[in-house]
Design a protein around this ligand. Sequence first.
Ligand SMILES: [Zn+2]
Length: 666
Amino acid sequence: MNRFLTGVAATLLAFGLWAPSVRAQAPATSLVERVGSTGFVQIEAESFNNLSLREKTLAYWLSMAAIAIHPIGFDQNSRYDLRIKHLLEAILTHPQGTDPQILAKITDYAKLFYGNRGHHNAFNSEKFLPEFTPGQLRAAAEQAVKNRARIGARGGLLKELEELHRAIFDPNFEPMLTAKNPPAGQDPLLWSANNLYEDVSSADLKGFTEKYALNSRLVKRNGRLIEEVYRAGTADHKIPPGRYAAELGRAIRYLRNALPYADPPERKALEALIRYYQTGSPADWRNFDIAWVREDSPVDFTNGFIEVYKDVRGMKGAAQAYVTIIDEKMNKAMKALAANAKYFEQREPWADQYKIENPNPPLANAVETVIETGDMDVTTIGENLPNEAEIHDHYGSKSFIFTSSIRALNQATGEKVAEEFAYSPAEVERARQYRELANNLETAMHEVLGHGSGKMNPKLTGEPASYIKEYYSTLEEARADLVALWNFFDPKLIEIGALPNLEVAKAAYDSEARAALTQLHEVPTGDTIEEDHRRGTQLIVNYVREKTGAVEPVERDGKVYMVVKDYDKMRQGVGLLLAELMRIKAEGDYEGAKALITQYGIHFNKDWRDQIVARYKKLDLPSFWAGISPDLIPHYGAGGKIDDVEIRYPRDIIKQQLRYMEIVGK
Ligand SMILES: [Zn+2]
């Protein structure tokens, strides 16, 4: 599961993904450019240069396997997207003689197309339209053909343009990537533009059981349903090639190249993945999952058909890959926290009967991504895999915190937000200096010390969620946030080197208070907060406000600010609420959870909200994000062996995607 389904995301919402963060040492912003409301950010992976040559080479071959499956992401989004991609690339690589103004419009469209893996917005599912006209596109394409580009191999250029016309230019043609709620009378499967089904309606699927639910396209031919399995086929021809055989075959070759550089557990996972890509069999995917959760290599990866959000039925996996390396700095902090879990547990503000004797904290890996392809977005800041519950329960799972993405997004919103929403120059300065560290540490404490802490009343036999029901997620995320906030002022953090001084803790408290206001811009309509993580933030800040007065709204020049007046008192308020939430969880007190969350977490001041929305609008920040991965470039020495791998930050999505295109040959 990814995105806002993980605890990490909760942290970011609570601490304000949109709140400021600027690294004192790194003045260059991650924000490369903007096209309309989409911001393009460069992802950086500083830890790469500390890897050994073996690890770098492994990362390189895994990144090539990620590039190999990248085109599948486009094809799954729309049956037109690979053709549109080819058309755009033909123009972009053969531009001589094209009107620069037309070329600029086509380039902008291509950036959005790459950023979203197709002609629909990856976040809100809506189709976006180009600024150029059909005539301008045709002129540029004809010029590209004059420059020896090949377009529309079968029927020629004009036929190709005609067949792509509606997809590119007609706002009413396939307007939604995924239409969970299509217009009345329309079928969600047929109305969705994605290519996970062809001519298949929901009614067709009654009584039909798929053999390859995750990795097949369902097609109706002559009234019969056919599963087009994604697979490369086996060498002995016993299993024939299926859909995406070329892409998966290429991925297999790169995975094989990676094998000699992987340690034995990871090699086993890679071998299992190769087998799965050959057969497409769910049993082989299961074998891969099991091998993968057991390996814990510093150079890790996913590569497969994984998240199912794009499918209205929630069955079909979208192609996704990433390669990660350990974020040394952050991981050091997390290990130190885990080593002291017992110390922190004993000092939690709740009753002793809810304290664990010997806590066994879950370990998430703080990682930087060296590449993200297919369905993977830079806004995915945490992930817990595999998704299969059976594997989770019997073999475990792995959690990732993508610190490189968190940094890239935080930097991109820059100082603008701090300057607008922090009350005093001192608060702005604290944010500038320490917000990133505060944010990272909060995430680490939330994950390592937060969720694993506390114990249930032994009389209760069920999972806490079975008692707290619809309020459980809000309660638990708020509880984990509060554990982090509580511990920020514990001297142990300075002792273990996680915190240079208490200014960082103050920055974290400032940020929490501000988040209660700034997050209102994400609720532009209506008068209640529905999303669990946002409810958690409101609960914390409103409770502390009312019980202690340590946080106060202050108006100045017609603008409202949420200001921390007294950090000691705020910590007392945090402790009070934390003790109560722990009691509620431990006793399965549904009514208690409901009362607290209803009183403090759901309602907000609508005048403030309207004001915050207006202030955000003025800041003119991007609404959507696209990531530019690092490029890994191998250097070959004598004998044709890789003797170094260089990491580069291209800061140019077109250049990067054209490089991918050259690698996969389409
Ligand atoms: Zn959480």
